[in-house]
Design a protein around this ligand. Sequence first.
Ligand SMILES: NC(=O)c1ccc[n+]([C@@H]2O[C@H](COP(=O)([O-])OP(=O)(O)OC[C@H]3O[C@@H](n4cnc5c(N)ncnc54)[C@H](O)[C@@H]3O)[C@@H](O)[C@H]2O)c1
Length: 272
Amino acid sequence: MNEPVRLKKLFDLSGRRAIVTGSANILGPEFAAALAEFGARVAMVDVDGAAVRDKAARIAAEHGTEVRAFEADVTDEAAAARVVADVVAHWGGLDVLVNGAACKTPEYFKPFDDYPLADWSRVLDVILTGTFLFTKHALPWLEKSGHGAIVNISSQYGVVGPDPALYEGSWYLDQQINTPPVYSAAKAGVVGFTRYMATTLASRGIRANCITPGGVASGQNDVFQARYAERCPLGRMARREELRGALVYLASDASSFVTGHNLVVDGGWTAR
Ligand SMILES: NC(=O)c1ccc[n+]([C@@H]2O[C@H](COP(=O)([O-])OP(=O)(O)OC[C@H]3O[C@@H](n4cnc5c(N)ncnc54)[C@H](O)[C@@H]3O)[C@@H](O)[C@H]2O)c1
Protein backbone atom coordinates (compact mmCIF):
# COMPACT_ATOMS: atom_id res chain seq x y z
CA MET A 1 0.00 0.00 0.00
CA ASN A 2 1.17 3.55 -0.78
CA GLU A 3 2.26 5.79 2.10
CA PRO A 4 -0.43 8.38 2.87
CA VAL A 5 0.46 11.82 1.52
CA ARG A 6 1.00 14.24 4.39
CA LEU A 7 -0.03 17.78 3.58
CA LYS A 8 2.69 19.23 5.82
CA LYS A 9 5.27 17.38 3.76
CA LEU A 10 3.85 18.78 0.52
CA PHE A 11 4.31 22.34 1.77
CA ASP A 12 7.79 21.64 3.11
CA LEU A 13 10.55 23.48 1.27
CA SER A 14 13.51 22.02 3.17
CA GLY A 15 16.44 21.61 0.84
CA ARG A 16 14.88 23.81 -1.82
CA ARG A 17 16.76 26.78 -3.24
CA ALA A 18 14.95 29.93 -4.29
CA ILE A 19 15.57 33.27 -5.98
CA VAL A 20 13.23 36.21 -5.25
CA THR A 21 13.68 39.35 -7.35
CA GLY A 22 12.52 42.77 -6.17
CA SER A 23 12.80 41.70 -2.58
CA ALA A 24 13.82 44.79 -0.63
CA ASN A 25 10.63 46.71 -0.03
CA ILE A 26 7.03 45.65 0.80
CA LEU A 27 6.05 42.23 -0.56
CA GLY A 28 9.45 40.85 -1.62
CA PRO A 29 10.65 40.37 1.98
CA GLU A 30 7.32 38.65 2.76
CA PHE A 31 7.89 36.21 -0.08
CA ALA A 32 11.47 35.54 1.00
CA ALA A 33 10.46 35.10 4.64
CA ALA A 34 7.66 32.70 3.69
CA LEU A 35 10.05 30.50 1.72
CA ALA A 36 12.61 30.64 4.53
CA GLU A 37 9.99 29.75 7.15
CA PHE A 38 9.20 26.58 5.22
CA GLY A 39 12.87 25.64 5.05
CA ALA A 40 14.16 27.00 1.73
CA ARG A 41 17.46 28.76 1.22
CA VAL A 42 16.71 32.09 -0.39
CA ALA A 43 18.62 34.47 -2.66
CA MET A 44 17.10 37.93 -2.45
CA VAL A 45 17.79 40.15 -5.46
CA ASP A 46 17.22 43.90 -5.62
CA VAL A 47 18.69 47.01 -7.19
CA ASP A 48 18.71 48.56 -3.69
CA GLY A 49 21.75 46.81 -2.25
CA ALA A 50 21.66 48.25 1.27
CA ALA A 51 17.97 47.50 1.79
CA VAL A 52 18.16 43.96 0.43
CA ARG A 53 21.20 43.15 2.58
CA ASP A 54 19.37 44.43 5.65
CA LYS A 55 16.20 42.42 4.89
CA ALA A 56 18.18 39.27 4.10
CA ALA A 57 20.06 39.46 7.40
CA ARG A 58 16.81 39.87 9.36
CA ILE A 59 15.09 36.96 7.61
CA ALA A 60 18.10 34.70 8.08
CA ALA A 61 18.19 35.55 11.79
CA GLU A 62 14.46 34.97 12.21
CA HIS A 63 14.26 31.63 10.40
CA GLY A 64 17.74 30.18 10.86
CA THR A 65 18.15 29.43 7.17
CA GLU A 66 20.67 30.71 4.68
CA VAL A 67 19.47 33.90 3.04
CA ARG A 68 21.80 35.71 0.67
CA ALA A 69 21.45 39.21 -0.74
CA PHE A 70 22.34 40.21 -4.29
CA GLU A 71 22.50 43.78 -5.52
CA ALA A 72 21.49 43.50 -9.17
CA ASP A 73 19.36 45.17 -11.82
CA VAL A 74 16.94 42.61 -13.27
CA THR A 75 17.15 44.27 -16.71
CA ASP A 76 20.87 43.48 -16.94
CA GLU A 77 21.26 40.06 -18.54
CA ALA A 78 24.82 39.61 -17.33
CA ALA A 79 23.66 40.30 -13.77
CA ALA A 80 20.82 37.78 -14.07
CA ALA A 81 23.25 35.16 -15.33
CA ARG A 82 25.69 36.00 -12.54
CA VAL A 83 23.08 35.69 -9.77
CA VAL A 84 21.85 32.33 -11.04
CA ALA A 85 25.42 31.03 -11.45
CA ASP A 86 26.34 32.18 -7.96
CA VAL A 87 23.29 30.53 -6.39
CA VAL A 88 23.99 27.27 -8.21
CA ALA A 89 27.67 27.39 -7.25
CA HIS A 90 26.78 27.86 -3.57
CA TRP A 91 23.75 25.63 -3.21
CA GLY A 92 24.15 23.14 -6.06
CA GLY A 93 20.98 24.04 -7.93
CA LEU A 94 17.77 26.04 -8.05
CA ASP A 95 14.17 24.95 -7.41
CA VAL A 96 12.06 28.11 -7.17
CA LEU A 97 12.11 31.45 -9.00
CA VAL A 98 9.91 34.35 -7.88
CA ASN A 99 9.86 37.31 -10.28
CA GLY A 100 8.63 40.32 -8.31
CA ALA A 101 10.74 43.32 -9.30
CA ALA A 102 8.81 46.46 -10.25
CA CYS A 103 9.85 50.09 -10.31
CA LYS A 104 8.60 53.65 -10.14
CA THR A 105 10.33 55.96 -12.60
CA PRO A 106 10.84 59.75 -12.25
CA GLU A 107 7.67 60.61 -14.21
CA TYR A 108 5.74 57.47 -13.33
CA PHE A 109 2.55 59.35 -12.38
CA LYS A 110 2.44 61.71 -15.38
CA PRO A 111 -0.96 61.86 -17.14
CA PHE A 112 -1.20 59.53 -20.10
CA ASP A 113 -1.39 62.32 -22.71
CA ASP A 114 2.12 63.43 -21.71
CA TYR A 115 3.55 60.07 -20.70
CA PRO A 116 7.27 59.95 -21.48
CA LEU A 117 8.50 57.06 -23.59
CA ALA A 118 11.48 56.65 -21.26
CA ASP A 119 9.21 55.93 -18.28
CA TRP A 120 6.99 53.61 -20.33
CA SER A 121 10.02 51.66 -21.54
CA ARG A 122 11.73 51.42 -18.18
CA VAL A 123 8.65 50.08 -16.37
CA LEU A 124 8.09 47.46 -19.08
CA ASP A 125 11.76 46.55 -18.91
CA VAL A 126 11.90 46.04 -15.17
CA ILE A 127 8.62 44.12 -14.90
CA LEU A 128 8.57 42.14 -18.14
CA THR A 129 12.12 41.98 -19.43
CA GLY A 130 13.43 41.31 -15.92
CA THR A 131 10.99 38.40 -15.62
CA PHE A 132 12.10 37.09 -19.00
CA LEU A 133 15.82 37.33 -18.19
CA PHE A 134 15.68 35.62 -14.81
CA THR A 135 13.40 32.92 -16.20
CA LYS A 136 15.72 32.32 -19.14
CA HIS A 137 18.81 31.90 -16.98
CA ALA A 138 17.06 29.88 -14.29
CA LEU A 139 15.47 27.40 -16.72
CA PRO A 140 18.20 24.77 -17.02
CA TRP A 141 18.47 24.55 -13.24
CA LEU A 142 14.74 24.53 -12.60
CA GLU A 143 14.50 21.67 -15.09
CA LYS A 144 17.34 19.81 -13.39
CA SER A 145 15.66 20.09 -10.00
CA GLY A 146 12.80 17.88 -11.19
CA HIS A 147 10.20 20.09 -9.50
CA GLY A 148 11.04 23.58 -10.71
CA ALA A 149 8.47 26.24 -9.85
CA ILE A 150 8.22 29.73 -11.29
CA VAL A 151 5.97 32.23 -9.50
CA ASN A 152 5.52 35.57 -11.24
CA ILE A 153 3.96 38.55 -9.50
CA SER A 154 1.23 40.38 -11.39
CA SER A 155 -1.32 42.86 -9.97
CA GLN A 156 -5.06 43.41 -9.92
CA TYR A 157 -4.36 46.15 -12.46
CA GLY A 158 -3.08 43.48 -14.82
CA VAL A 159 -6.62 42.05 -14.69
CA VAL A 160 -8.93 45.08 -14.35
CA GLY A 161 -8.58 48.82 -14.94
CA PRO A 162 -8.33 51.20 -11.98
CA ASP A 163 -11.35 53.11 -10.69
CA PRO A 164 -10.32 56.79 -11.05
CA ALA A 165 -12.71 57.80 -8.25
CA LEU A 166 -10.58 55.83 -5.81
CA TYR A 167 -7.72 58.28 -6.24
CA GLU A 168 -9.55 61.62 -6.58
CA GLY A 169 -8.59 64.15 -3.93
CA SER A 170 -6.50 61.57 -2.20
CA TRP A 171 -2.76 61.51 -1.65
CA TYR A 172 -2.12 61.09 -5.38
CA LEU A 173 -4.09 64.23 -6.30
CA ASP A 174 -1.08 66.41 -6.87
CA GLN A 175 0.23 63.83 -9.28
CA GLN A 176 -3.11 63.71 -11.15
CA ILE A 177 -2.95 60.05 -11.99
CA ASN A 178 -2.88 56.87 -9.95
CA THR A 179 -1.46 53.71 -11.40
CA PRO A 180 -0.20 54.37 -14.92
CA PRO A 181 -1.30 52.32 -17.92
CA VAL A 182 2.19 50.97 -18.40
CA TYR A 183 1.84 49.17 -15.07
CA SER A 184 -1.37 47.47 -16.27
CA ALA A 185 0.21 46.61 -19.60
CA ALA A 186 3.27 45.09 -17.94
CA LYS A 187 1.29 43.18 -15.33
CA ALA A 188 -1.14 41.79 -17.93
CA GLY A 189 1.98 40.78 -19.84
CA VAL A 190 3.18 38.88 -16.78
CA VAL A 191 -0.04 36.82 -16.79
CA GLY A 192 0.34 36.02 -20.50
CA PHE A 193 4.03 35.18 -20.13
CA THR A 194 3.21 32.89 -17.21
CA ARG A 195 0.64 30.95 -19.24
CA TYR A 196 3.04 30.61 -22.16
CA MET A 197 5.73 29.29 -19.82
CA ALA A 198 3.23 26.90 -18.23
CA THR A 199 2.25 25.16 -21.44
CA THR A 200 5.70 25.13 -23.00
CA LEU A 201 7.74 24.14 -19.94
CA ALA A 202 5.43 21.44 -18.63
CA SER A 203 7.24 18.77 -20.63
CA ARG A 204 10.47 19.84 -18.88
CA GLY A 205 8.91 19.35 -15.45
CA ILE A 206 8.65 23.06 -14.66
CA ARG A 207 5.45 24.70 -13.43
CA ALA A 208 4.73 28.40 -13.93
CA ASN A 209 2.04 30.30 -12.05
CA CYS A 210 1.41 33.85 -10.99
CA ILE A 211 0.00 35.70 -8.03
CA THR A 212 -2.21 38.74 -8.50
CA PRO A 213 -2.18 40.81 -5.32
CA GLY A 214 -4.75 43.49 -4.62
CA GLY A 215 -3.77 46.70 -2.86
CA VAL A 216 -1.59 46.14 0.19
CA ALA A 217 -1.75 48.50 3.16
CA SER A 218 1.59 50.25 3.36
CA GLY A 219 1.07 53.70 4.81
CA GLN A 220 -1.63 55.06 2.47
CA ASN A 221 -3.61 57.88 4.04
CA ASP A 222 -6.98 57.36 5.76
CA VAL A 223 -9.03 58.79 2.87
CA PHE A 224 -7.50 56.35 0.45
CA GLN A 225 -7.83 53.39 2.81
CA ALA A 226 -11.50 54.18 3.48
CA ARG A 227 -12.32 54.50 -0.22
CA TYR A 228 -10.49 51.30 -0.97
CA ALA A 229 -12.37 49.50 1.79
CA GLU A 230 -15.73 50.67 0.37
CA ARG A 231 -14.93 49.11 -2.99
CA CYS A 232 -13.36 45.89 -1.76
CA PRO A 233 -15.74 43.02 -0.92
CA LEU A 234 -13.65 42.07 2.12
CA GLY A 235 -13.78 45.70 3.21
CA ARG A 236 -10.10 46.56 3.56
CA MET A 237 -6.66 46.49 1.94
CA ALA A 238 -4.49 43.40 2.23
CA ARG A 239 -2.04 42.98 5.05
CA ARG A 240 1.36 42.28 3.56
CA GLU A 241 1.68 38.89 5.27
CA GLU A 242 -1.53 37.74 3.55
CA LEU A 243 0.44 37.07 0.37
CA ARG A 244 2.69 34.51 2.06
CA GLY A 245 0.36 31.52 1.87
CA ALA A 246 -0.22 31.88 -1.86
CA LEU A 247 3.50 31.97 -2.50
CA VAL A 248 4.33 28.89 -0.43
CA TYR A 249 1.48 27.00 -2.08
CA LEU A 250 2.65 27.77 -5.62
CA ALA A 251 6.34 27.28 -4.84
CA SER A 252 5.89 23.90 -3.17
CA ASP A 253 4.71 20.41 -4.08
CA ALA A 254 1.34 21.30 -2.54
CA SER A 255 0.52 22.71 -5.99
CA SER A 256 2.21 19.94 -8.00
CA PHE A 257 -0.74 19.68 -10.44
CA VAL A 258 -1.21 23.44 -10.79
CA THR A 259 0.38 25.31 -13.67
CA GLY A 260 -0.65 28.34 -15.73
CA HIS A 261 -2.79 29.55 -12.83
CA ASN A 262 -3.30 33.14 -11.76
CA LEU A 263 -3.92 33.06 -8.02
CA VAL A 264 -5.80 36.27 -7.23
CA VAL A 265 -5.34 37.53 -3.67
CA ASP A 266 -7.39 40.71 -3.73
CA GLY A 267 -10.17 40.47 -1.14
CA GLY A 268 -12.66 40.00 -3.99
CA TRP A 269 -11.78 43.23 -5.82
CA THR A 270 -11.79 41.61 -9.29
CA ALA A 271 -14.77 39.37 -8.51
CA ARG A 272 -17.27 42.16 -9.09
N1 LIG B 1 2.18 46.50 -2.77
C1 LIG B 1 1.04 46.35 -3.47
O1 LIG B 1 -0.02 46.88 -3.12
C2 LIG B 1 1.06 45.49 -4.71
C3 LIG B 1 -0.17 45.19 -5.31
C4 LIG B 1 -0.17 44.44 -6.46
C5 LIG B 1 1.02 43.96 -6.98
N2 LIG B 1 2.19 44.27 -6.37
C6 LIG B 1 3.42 43.74 -6.98
O2 LIG B 1 4.12 42.95 -6.06
C7 LIG B 1 5.53 43.08 -6.27
C8 LIG B 1 6.18 43.56 -4.99
O3 LIG B 1 5.42 44.65 -4.53
P1 LIG B 1 6.00 45.77 -3.59
O4 LIG B 1 4.82 46.52 -3.09
O5 LIG B 1 6.98 45.20 -2.64
O6 LIG B 1 6.72 46.66 -4.70
P2 LIG B 1 7.83 47.73 -4.47
O7 LIG B 1 7.79 48.66 -5.61
O8 LIG B 1 7.72 48.26 -3.12
O9 LIG B 1 9.13 46.81 -4.54
C9 LIG B 1 9.66 46.37 -5.71
C10 LIG B 1 11.13 46.11 -5.48
O10 LIG B 1 11.75 45.97 -6.76
C11 LIG B 1 12.99 46.63 -6.71
N3 LIG B 1 13.43 47.01 -8.04
C12 LIG B 1 13.04 48.09 -8.78
N4 LIG B 1 13.72 48.09 -9.93
C13 LIG B 1 14.52 47.02 -9.93
C14 LIG B 1 15.46 46.50 -10.84
N5 LIG B 1 15.71 47.11 -12.02
N6 LIG B 1 16.15 45.36 -10.52
C15 LIG B 1 15.94 44.76 -9.33
N7 LIG B 1 15.06 45.20 -8.43
C16 LIG B 1 14.35 46.31 -8.72
C17 LIG B 1 12.75 47.84 -5.82
O11 LIG B 1 13.98 48.35 -5.31
C18 LIG B 1 11.85 47.27 -4.76
O12 LIG B 1 12.56 46.76 -3.66
C19 LIG B 1 5.68 44.08 -7.41
O13 LIG B 1 5.81 43.37 -8.62
C20 LIG B 1 4.38 44.84 -7.38
O14 LIG B 1 4.05 45.38 -8.64
C21 LIG B 1 2.23 45.02 -5.25
